[in-house]
Design a protein around this ligand. Structure first.
Ligand code: ADP
Ligand code: MG
Length: 269
C-alpha cells in the first residue's frame, strides 16, 4: 500500500510578484540554498528570460544549451534540461532570453498554460526525489507566471519593504484566484516575505505594519534585511549562504527555510 498520508512528489512553489526588483530571484536562490543546507533536495526552475537565477547559481550563458524554453516549447524531457550546480543537492533548469518569445509562440497551443505543469509531472520526476521545486517567475503576470501558478502547489510572494509595496498585491491575489477557479483549485498562498527590510527606516516598519494588518498570518515572521552581502553574492555566482555564511542575509534565509518547513510539517500533521 502506498503511504497516502503524505502527498507524493516535491512541493512546488512559484516565487512571484509582477513588480521587478522586489527580491524574487534572490529569494529563490537563497531559500533553495538554505533548504539544501538543512539536508533537503531542491530543483530551481528559472522561468525568467533574464536568467538571473541561472547566473546567480553559476550556470554560464555558454553552458545553457537546453533551457526552460526547450522544456516548455520543445518538449525536451526534464532529464535533458536539468543542470547540477556547484552545490550538492541543488539543481536548476536554466533560462535564456529565448523564453521571452514564449507568449507569442504558444498562442495556438491549447495546453499553453499547462506546459510547466505537464513537464514537472513527467514520470522521471520520481527518480530525482526532490523535496522542493522553486520556480523563479518573471516580473509580469504573463503566460509564464500563469504556467508557474498552474504547476505549483503554492505561491510565495516577496514584498519589498518600500513605498507602494502593497500596490499590486491585490492584482496578484486576483490572478491567483483566477487560476484557482479555472485550472488549479488547490493553489495556496505559501506566504509573503518582507525583503530588503531596513529596521532603521520608518518606511520599512510602516510597510511591515500594513502587510501584517492586511494579510495577517500569511506574512512570514522572518524578514529579510537589506544586506550588502546579499547583493554582492550573485557576482560571485553564489548564494549568500556560501558567499558569506554568517552574514545577516544568510541567517535570515536560513530562518525563512525553517519557518517554511515548519508550516509544511503542520500541514502534513
Ligand atoms: P527580482 O527577481 O524580483 O527582480 P532580485 O532578487 O533580482 O529581484 O533583486 C533586485 C536587486 O536587489 C538585486 O540587485 C539584488 O541583488 C538586490 N537585493 C535583493 N535582496 C536584497 C537584500 N536583502 N539586500 C540587499 N540587496 C538585495
Ligand atoms: Mg528576478
Amino acid at each position: 500500500m502506498p503511504d497516502l498520508s503524505r502527498p507524493s512528489g516535491p512541493r512546488i512553489i512559484a516565487i512571484a510578484n509582477q513588480k521587478g526588483g522586489v527580491g524574487k530571484t534572490t529569494t529563490t536562490i537563497n531559500l533553495a540554498a538554505a533548504l539544501v543546507e538543512s539536508g533537503l533536495r531542491v530543483l530551481v526552475v528559472d522561468l525568467d528570460p533574464q536568467g538571473n537565477a541561472s547566473t546567480g547559481l553559476g550556470i554560464e550563458i555558454s553552458d545553457r544549451n537546453l533551457t526552460t524554453y526547450d522544456l516548455l516549447i520543445g518538449e525536451t524531457p526534464l532529464k535533458d534540461v536539468i543542470r547540477t550546480t556547484g552545490i550538492e543537492g541543488l539543481c536548476i533548469v536554466p533560462a535564456t532570453v529565448d523564453l521571452s518569445s514564449a507568449d507569442i509562440e504558444l498562442i495556438a497551443n491549447e495546453r499553453r498554460s499547462f506546459l510547466l505543469h505537464d513537464a514537472l509531472r513527467q514520470t522521471d520526476m520520481d527518480e530525482y526525489d526532490w523535496d522542493y521545486v522553486l520556480i523563479d517567475c518573471p516580473p509580469s503576470l504573463n503566460l509564464l507566471t500563469v504556467n508557474a501558478m498552474i504547476a505549483a502547489h503554492s505561491v510565495l510572494i516577496p514584498l519589498q519593504s518600500e513605498f507602494f509595496a502593497l500596490e499590486g498585491v491585490s492584482q496578484l491575489m486576483m490572478t491567483i484566484r483566477d487560476v484557482r477557479q479555472t485550472a488549479n483549485s488547490e493553489l495556496r498562498i505559501e506566504g509573503i516575505v518582507l525583503t530588503m527590510y531596513d529596521k532603521r527606516n520608518n518606511l520599512s516598519q510602516q510597510v511591515e505594519q500594513d502587510a501584517r494588518d492586511n494579510l495577517g498570518d500569511l506574512v512570514f515572521e522572518t524578514k529579510i534585511p537589506r544586506n550588502v552581502r546579499v547583493s554582492e553574492a550573485p557576482s560571485y555566482a553564489l548564494p549568500v549562504l556560501q558567499y558569506d555564511p554568517n552574514s545577516q542575509g544568510a541567517q535570515a534565509y536560513r530562518s525563512l527555510a525553517v519557518e517554511l518547513i515548519r508550516r509544511h510539517q503542520r500541514l502534513a500533521a
